[in-house]
Design a protein around this ligand. Structure first.
Ligand SMILES: [Zn+2]
Ligand SMILES: [Zn+2]
Length: 278
């Protein structure tokens, strides 16, 4: 049973999930914590969240595997995509390098979810680049080229760019796949969207660290503004607020404990979950 939970934790929350749920780390905590009903409730909620994330991952993996079974046409030209013609890639498929395989496996769940979303909108799929990324067309507003979700590039219908720009863009998006893979290993499918959101509010547009790491020029981003706009004050205030909200009980516990040697705790609760500031 413990192995099953570890598997659920890793699939749902990556190494971070494993660390949070791992029985050994629970044993490190004092027995009082295990006796606290609120701590136990929190742990049950954590497990429930892991199960939901793990189920999402498995569903995405299933979608990705079922799509892999059907061979995708290569995205050779806009017309072939538009006319739904199948274009055979003339090059013999070479053995993919190990990292390419690892990142394919690690990003498969989120890629599958993106494919499910793209297929629900009834748009075509094709394969481009080396290592390959899957191109899916979804109606999108604005001039934005598209977004990388796992190995799937959700693009606006039939983007018209010249082959050189297309190759640069494919390299830029391929680096985003690396970011997805690393984040999924560390914290499951939800880590990259969260980190990207936090980074993008603090450092918008060309100052975003994920975009800088993927290459601003290749991704058709303008040079970062000088002087820099980030970090933005409102975003700092927002995220400090979120951290304070999440750690409020620990702050209360610290305030109560630091001043005195013996802190009074509720007999049925741990120190962190004992109410009151004094
Ligand atoms: Zn507690
Ligand atoms: Zn990008």
């Amino acid at each position: 049973m413990r192995v099953v939970w570890m598997l659920v934790a890793f699939v749902g929350g990556g190494l971070l999930g494993l660390f949070l749920v791992l029985p050994r780390t629970r044993m490190l905590r004092p027995r009082r914590v295990l006796a606290c009903d609120l701590c136990q409730r929190r742990h049950r909620r954590l497990l429930a969240a892991m199960v939901v994330l793990a189920l999402l991952s498995v569903a995405g993996l299933g979608l990705r595997v079922s799509q892999r079974a059907r061979e995708l046409p290569a995205c050779a030209a806009d017309t072939s995509i538009a006319e739904g013609r199948r274009v055979i890639d003339p090059r013999a498929p070479s053995r993919p390098p190990p990292w390419s395989t690892v990142r394919s496996v690690m990003t498969a769940p989120v890629s599958g979810l993106a494919l499910g979303f793209a297929e629900a909108r009834g748009q075509g799929l094709c394969s481009v680049g080396d290592p390959p990324i899957t191109l899916a067309f979804v109606p999108q507003a604005g001039e934005h080229m598209g977004s990388m979700v796992g190995e799937v590039f959700l693009a606006s219908p039939v983007p018209r760019i010249n082959p050189v720009r297309a190759r640069d863009l494919a390299e830029h998006e391929s680096r985003h796949v690396d970011q997805w893979a690393v984040c999924t290993i560390v914290g499951g499918i939800s880590l990259l969207p969260v980190l990207y959101l936090v980074d993008d509010t603090l450092y918008p547009g060309s100052e975003n660290h994920f975009e800088q790491a993927a290459g601003l020029f290749d991704g058709a981003y303008p040079a970062p503004p000088d002087p820099p706009r980030g970090p933005q004050g409102w975003a700092i205030a927002l995220w400090i607020g979120v951290v304070l909200l999440l750690t409020r009980r620990r702050i209360r516990w610290a305030v109560r404990t630091l001043g005195r040697r013996t802190a009074v705790t509720d007999p049925a609760r741990c120190g962190v979950h004992t109410t009151g500031w004094r």
